[in-house]
Design a protein around this ligand. Structure first.
Ligand SMILES: Nc1nc2c(ncn2[C@@H]2O[C@H](COP(=O)(O)OP(=O)(O)OP(=O)(O)O)[C@@H](O)[C@H]2O)c(=O)[nH]1
Ligand SMILES: [Mg+2]
Length: 447
C-alpha cells in the first residue's frame, strides 16, 4: 500500500512572527517542486518563494529545509517550511499543499507514529516528546529531555537483552540436559536474574518521584475556617483564584491552582475550613478537604494567628512528617519572629506568616521549595515517569520473583518470558522470540 504524504502546521495556531509547516512522506520532494521551491540540498535552510500550484500566485517568502530519508524526524522524506505566521499565509499554504496529489493533512500524533514505526524512537521517547512539549517547569523539561535522549529506552533494552539471554540459557538447560553445556550455566543465569530483579526494583522505587516531577507535586492547604488559607493560595498564585472573606466557612470546594515553585510543577489546593459543618454543602466540602489531605505529597497546615497560641485540634491531628506548619496573621501577634521550633513535637518548625503584610512568606516558601526539591530530586537521573511504566515494571519484578521460586524449570522459563515481555511493552518492541538466536549463538547446539 502506498504511504500517504502528510502535512501539518507544526507550530501553534494563531498569529505569530513565524509558522512552521512540516511535510513527511514519499511525495515531499514533488510537493516542493509544485510549490515552486524546486530541488534543495539536504539539511540546509534555503530562502524560498512559495507559489500556489493552482493559481500560480505567490503565497509567501520564507525558508525551506529538506531532510531526505532516512535522516529525518520520521525517517521519511521530510520538508520544513518556515513561513510568516499570519492566518491567511498559513491557510493558503495548507490549501496549496492539499492541492498536490498524494498529500493529505496529518492526523494527531501521526508524525511521531511514523518515527516510531521507522525505529527513530521507542515508546518512552515518544512519551517524552509529548512531555517536553507540555513541560511548564524546569524540572519537567529536564526530565523529559533526559528521557527523550533515550535514558529509559537504553536501560529497558539492556535489561530486556540480559533477560532474554538468561531465558535462552534456561531453555538450553531444559532442552539439552545431556549436552555438553558449561557446568555453571544454571548458576550464572540465576545470579543474573537476581541482579536484574534488584536493579529493576531499585528503578521502580523511583517511580513516585518521576511521576511527581511530571504531573506536579500535590500540596493541600488545610486548617480551621478563617485562618487565611484562601488568602495564602491567592498570594502564592499571585491572583485571586479563591474567594476571601471574613466569614468563616467561605471556601466549600477544593480550589486548585497550578504553579511553578522553584522550577517544579505544583498543584496547590485550597480547601474548606475544618470544623463541625453548619450544612450539608459545607460537610461535603470538609469531606473533600480530608480526602485531599490523604493524597497530598505536602500538607500546608495553617492555624489562625487571631486565636494563637490556641491551636485547632482537628487541624493539629492532621500534622504528619509531610506537613509544614504555619500560623497566619502574624501581624496580630506581638512577637516578630519568623519561626519557632516546637520541642514537644519532634522539633517541628512552626512558621509565622502574615499574608496581609507579607511577613515570613519568603522563609516559608524557602522551606516549601526545599521540601519539594527533596521529593523530586536525588536518585537516578531518569526515573520512570508514568503509571504505564510503573505497571509494566512491577509486572516484570513480579514475574522475576515467581521465576526464582517456580517448581519446574519450564514454569520458570514462562515467567522469564513474561518478564521480558513486560520490558518489551515499555519500549514497544515485543518480539521475545530472539531467544533461540541467543541459544544458538551462545552454545552452537544442534550444529
Ligand atoms: N490580619 C490579617 N488578616 C488576614 C490575613 N490573612 C487573611 N486575613 C483575613 O482573614 C479572613 C479570612 O481569610 P480567608 O483567606 O478567606 O480564610 P480561609 O482560611 O480561606 O477561610 P475559610 O474559607 O472560611 O475556611 C479575611 O478577612 C482575610 O482578609 C493576615 O495575614 N492578617
Ligand atoms: Mg477559604
Amino acid at each position: 500500500m502506498a504511504i500517504d504524504t502528510i502535512f501539518a502546521l507544526a507550530s501553534a495556531p494563531g498569529r505569530a512572527g513565524i509558522a512552521v509547516i512540516r511535510v513527511s512522506g514519499p511525495k515531499t520532494a514533488k510537493a516542493l517542486i509544485r510549490l515552486g521551491v524546486g530541488q534543495l540540498s539536504p539539511r540546509k535552510a534555503t530562502r524560498a518563494k512559495f507559489i500556489d500550484p493552482v493559481s500560480g500566485e505567490a503565497i509567501d517568502d520564507g525558508l525551506a529545509i529538506w531532510f531526505p530519508a532516512p535522516h529525518s524526524f520520521t525517517g521519511e522524506d521530510v520538508a520544513e517550511l518556515h513561513i510568516h505566521g499570519g492566518r491567511a499565509v498559513i491557510d493558503e499554504m495548507l490549501i496549496a499543499l492539499s492541492s498536490v496529489a498524494g498529500l493529505r493533512p496529518a492526523e494527531a500524533g501521526e508524525f511521531t507514529r511514523r518515527a516510531f514505526d521507522n525505529d527513530k524512537l521507542d515508546l518512552t521517547q515518544a512519551e517524552a516528546l509529548a512531555d517536553i512539549v507540555d513541560a511548564e517547569t524546569r524540572a519537567q523539561r529536564r526530565q523529559a529531555l533526559t528521557q527523550m535522549g533515550g535514558a529509559l529506552k537504553e536501560r529497558y533494552e539492556d535489561w530486556r537483552h540480559r533477560l532474554v539471554q538468561a531465558l535462552a540459557h534456561l531453555e538450553a538447560v531444559i532442552d539439552f540436559p545431556d549436552e555438553d553445556l558449561p557446568m555453571d550455566v544454571a548458576e550464572k543465569l540465576w545470579s543474573e536474574v537476581r541482579d536484574l530483579q534488584s536493579d529493576i526494583s531499585a528503578h521502580l522505587s523511583e517511580a513516585t518521584r518521576g511521576e511527581r516531577v511530571r504531573a506536579g507535586i500535590s500540596i493541600a492547604i488545610l486548617g480551621p475556617p478563617n485562618a487565611g488559607k484562601s488568602s495564602l493560595l491567592n498570594a502564592l498564585a499571585k491572583r485571586d483564584a479563591a474567594i476571601v472573606s471574613s466569614m468563616p466557612g467561605t471556601t466549600r470546594d477544593v480550589i486548585e491552582v497550578h504553579l511553578d515553585l522553584g522550577g517544579y510543577a505544583v498543584m496547590l489546593a485550597d480547601t474548606a475550613g475544618l470544623r463541625a459543618a453548619s450544612d450539608a454543602i459545607e460537610d461535603e466540602g470538609i469531606r473533600r478537604a480530608r480526602k485531599r489531605a490523604d493524597h497530598a505529597d505536602i500538607k500546608l497546615i495553617v492555624f489562625d494567628g487571631a486565636t494563637y497560641p490556641a491551636r485547632d485540634e482537628t487541624t493539629a491531628a492532621l500534622i504528619d512528617k509531610a506537613s509544614i506548619v504555619v500560623v497566619n496573621k502574624a501581624d496580630l501577634l506581638d512577637q516578630q519572629r519568623e519561626y519557632e521550633i516546637d520541642t514537644d513535637d519532634d522539633w517541628r518548625t512552626t512558621h509565622f506568616i502574615s499574608v496581609k503584610t507579607g511577613f515570613g512568606i519568603d522563609a516559608m516558601l524557602a522551606r516549601l521549595e526545599k521540601q519539594i526539591k527533596e521529593l523530586s530530586d536525588g536518585g537516578a537521573n531518569a526515573p520512570p515517569s508514568r503509571a504505564r511504566h510503573r505497571h509494566a515494571l512491577s509486572e516484570c519484578v513480579g514475574a522475576l520473583t515467581r521465576a526464582q521460586t517456580a517448581k519446574l524449570p519450564e514454569l520458570a522459563a514462562e515467567d522469564l518470558r513474561l518478564a521480558a515481555r513486560a520490558l518489551g511493552r515499555l519500549t514497544g518492541r515485543i518480539d521475545v522470540e530472539d531467544v533461540l538466536d541467543a541459544v544458538f549463538r551462545d552454545f552452537c547446539i544442534g550444529k
